[in-house]
Design a protein around this ligand. Sequence first.
Ligand SMILES: N[C@@H](CCC(=O)N[C@@H](CS)C(=O)NCC(=O)O)C(=O)O
Length: 232
Amino acid sequence: MKLTVYPPGFGEISGSPFAAKAIALMEMSGQAYELDVNPDPRKSPKKKFPVLQDGSQIIPDSDQIRDHLEAKYGVDFDAGLSAEQKAVSRMVIRTFEENVYFAIMASRWMDDDRWAVTKEAFFAGMPPVIGGFISNSVRKGVIKQCIAQGMGRHSEAEQVARVAKDVDAFATLLGDKPFLHGDRPTAADVSVVPMLRAQASFPKQNALGDLVAQNPALVAYIERGKEEMYPS
Ligand SMILES: N[C@@H](CCC(=O)N[C@@H](CS)C(=O)NCC(=O)O)C(=O)O
């Protein structure tokens, strides 16, 4: 199998939390795969990465990659969980992927000062003219999505306040357990760890990152997640 993802960024295995999630899914599946690193998603089926290629099958979207690994290879990312734990998992995944994610994007891509840092991290290796064209076109698309989804219409203070409630709720659910549902990472952790790491890793004026950095349990959780779920 071949997994296409964005390059590393901000010290993370990929600058994209969804790509980091897909890498963790592949690692935890125990299946052989190769990584294909590509900064330009415009030709991918949904104009986004990650994308998995398995023989002639092309699977875009991390959720569908999970479904594919479970259906074709018998992997169970929620092995041993009760129906209620699986339901909590689904809600947690949606909270981080459909709400927190957009605040991370708005923070990285909308504010001009932080955009300069994002651009340098994600596009610095590209030739200047084509790189400038691609980065501006991707930026435009990301801003459009943040506005359409709604997060990008809020002030930064409002965005951070909304995410703070989500992060606090997750910290409450996590409690003093190593992972959301016990000693081993399950599907929720595979989604949440990359999102919290994406929050924490941005190097400049990072109120979203402070929400993680100020909570020692979450700092320990994202380190544990990196150790257990990412390639060594
Ligand atoms: N629902 C998708 C989301 C993937 C996604 O949003 N990828 C972002 C990077 S984190 C992307 O490729 N954005 C490029 C764009 O929207 O132009 C998944 O789970 O894989």
